[in-house]
Design a protein. Sequence first.
Length: 249
Amino acid sequence: MRPLAYDAHVHTNLSGGQDSLGDCVRAAEAIGLECVAIAVRFHYDEADLPDRLAAIRRANERSHVKVIAAADVDITSTDGNIGISSPAARQFALVLASLGGQCRGVDMEVPARQEQFLDNLFDCYLNAIDNPLVDVLARPFNLGQFPAGVTPAELPRARLREMASRMFEREVAFELYAPIQRAFPALSIEQFTHEYATVLSIFRAAGVKFVAGSGARSAEAVGNTRYCCRLMAAAGIELSQMVDLNRVP
């Protein structure tokens, strides 16, 4: 599979990364990317948002690479609420919503019974998918880093198919997140890849679209989506099933 032409998830020193926006965009240009999404990570902290968005717009004007802004926000409740206001969300090309330690009953205050945890988890995702502000589910099923520690193989297939159908209907994309394997240190890379690809194949079969993100926090990591390509090959995901970020307004 040829390298992907974009990176949908890059952090700069505007938001959690170590290198400047200019250095990260320059790195994207150097390796031949056509588009890079700069992730702005916050939780209802919108005071300096205009300055950060203005910097991303200037970078887009100065570069041969298309540079877009992506809000990287937490899902904050099983009701599908996310950590961004509607007016702020409308200023981003993409809103990436993920579990990041803010959702009671899923990644904090987890119930003892796995059945209740799984009900909470799928309620959380299904309601987030129904949230009109959400464009992409980011880092889906990054559960190994949270107290319940559920692996991809333990996710109920019927609930996954329900979720995939809802994502297709709502046109919410699934992020292939290159560092996702780090959330499951107890599994070998081979085992995790097999289990996660089996999950991905359910979403592929339902017609869900995907985006690929490196999760880069340095210029050197921009565009490193090779593990995303490995997951695509393992799950049978074709390039035609990837969102074309060049067409994102």
